[in-house]
Design a protein around this ligand. Structure first.
Ligand code: HEM
Ligand code: HEM
Length: 354
């Protein structure tokens, strides 16, 4: 039987009991669980002993969020870590995975099968992982005419050739080997634990459509972090140069401000577009307060930039005239500064949620 040593770092005793019970009830795998309640104890235990996998709550009394995760990673760089979240915090979950956690689970929505699967996959992935198995390769292992019988479940490919229950690649009269059995297990009289005794062949490579490949490519280009600095720099500098001109500077300062405004007018929609793309793709258009604020504030920035641009375009002497309209124009330009800085701050809160 498979044996897994789990270090469970969870300060809430009720959650800790529930997790331990779930793991104790899993069939086909024996979990030895050591429970501790603080980050300090966790670091001390990692110095003393190696574990197969860590279940780390990200809300510990002496360590929270990605800070806690990073500290654990520094202490045990090779340990697979599955983080536990109190609530469905999608941003934190994405960040934790990017920081190197193998998986993230929401405690409230957890069941034993999902938990065990996450632990086993975390261990396998960390161990250098499963080799990729393509859909075409899976189909060829259908158990017929003496061929091996493989099946995919939850993205993992198992070899069930040795099972009497999968003779000729057919199981319970309707399930065929060589296929992805996805959600079929929900209707079975047993759970995923029946698979525990079979060797894992590898990880099924998800089939991607051309559109998905294109999205992945665009995502890898990191267009938003690249494009955001142009509207920020151009609009803030446009306001600064206009102020210098208004304070008695040379006319060339006004010209510079105008050209910067032109650049901001072009760059702002581009930055908003890349932001919306990133939000939809990476954050699945999750409407958290930070994103709602970003969308609102970037609309304000776009409107302000467009208004300043149109004003200066229609009246090139608006600032030089030094009439009340000049001060109104300058005030509008200066309003770009808090909008651009605020957007940068909100962006920083997404990238560094601590
Ligand atoms: C309605 C559908 C299904 C029925 C009626 C069914 C029935 C059974 C029964 C009666 C057993 C033996 C008892 C046990 O080990 O608990 C079994 C074992 C097993 N089943 Fe299913 N099953 C179904 C679907 C599935 C699916 C979708 C999978 C794919 C993951 C699967 C994989 C297995 C495996 C790997 C075993 C263990 C075989 C062994 O130990 O040799 N079953 N199934
Ligand atoms: C002109 C308007 C905008 C500016 C100046 C801006 C600025 C920023 C900045 C400075 C960052 C941090 C980048 C980094 O350090 O990697 C950021 C990140 C981000 N922003 Fe924006 N943003 C704007 C509009 C938007 C909009 C409309 C959305 C859509 C909701 C959005 C979504 C995001 C996302 C998803 C990230 C995280 C990127 C990542 O995970 O790599 N942004 N933004």
């Amino acid at each position: 039987m498979e044996y897994i040593r789990v270090l469970l770092v969870e300060s809430n005793p009720t959650d800790s009991d529930a997790l331990q019970e779930m793991l104790a009830a899993s069939r086909g795998v024996e979990c030895h669980i050591e429970r501790i309640a603080t980050l300090a104890q966790c670091l001390a235990r990692l110095d003393a002993q190696a574990f197969d996998v860590l279940l780390l709550d990200l809300d510990l009394p002496d360590g929270r969020g990605l800070n806690a995760l990073t500290k654990v990673q520094v202490r045990a760089p090779s340990a697979p870590i599955v983080v536990l979240l109190g609530e469905d915090d999608f941003e934190l979950s994405v960040r934790a995975i990017r920081t190197g956690a193998q998986d993230s689970l929401v405690k409230a929505h957890l069941d034993g099968r999902q938990l065990l699967r996450a632990l086993r996959h975390a261990i396998a992935r960390r161990a250098g992982g499963h080799r990729p198995v393509s859909a075409a390769e899976l189909v060829q292992h259908d158990g017929r005419e003496g061929r091996p019988a493989w099946l995919a479940m939850g993205g993992i490919v198992y070899d069930v050739t040795g099972s009497r229950m999968w003779k000729n690649g057919v199981h319970a009269r309707k399930h065929a080997a060589g296929t992805d059995l996805g959600d079929a297990l929900a209707a079975a009289p047993h759970g995923e634990e029946v698979l525990a005794r079979f060797p894992v062949v590898g990880e099924l490579v998800p089939q991607r459509t051309n559109a998905q490949r294109l999205v992945a490519l665009i995502e890898r280009l990191h267009l938003h972090p690249i494009s955001v600095h142009f509207p920020q720099a151009c609009s803030i500098l446009a306001a600064i140069f206009a102020t210098l001109f208004a304070a008695g500077g040379d006319r060339s300062l006004d010209e510079t401000s105008w050209h910067l405004l032109l650049a901001a007018f072009v760059a702002t929609p581009a930055a908003i577009a890349t932001g919306l793309f990133d939000w939809r793709v990476t954050y699945r258009a999750n409407r958290t307060p930070v994103f709602v604020a970003k969308i609102a504030l970037s609309s304000v920035l776009a409107l302000l930039v467009a208004a300043c641009f149109a004003w200066r375009l229609l009246d090139p002497d608006v600032l030089a005239a030094r009439t009340p309209a000049s001060w109104a124009y300058l005030a509008l330009l200066l309003a770009l500064v808090p909008a651009a800085v605020g957007l940068g701050h909100l962006g920083g809160r997404i990238v560094f949620p601590e």
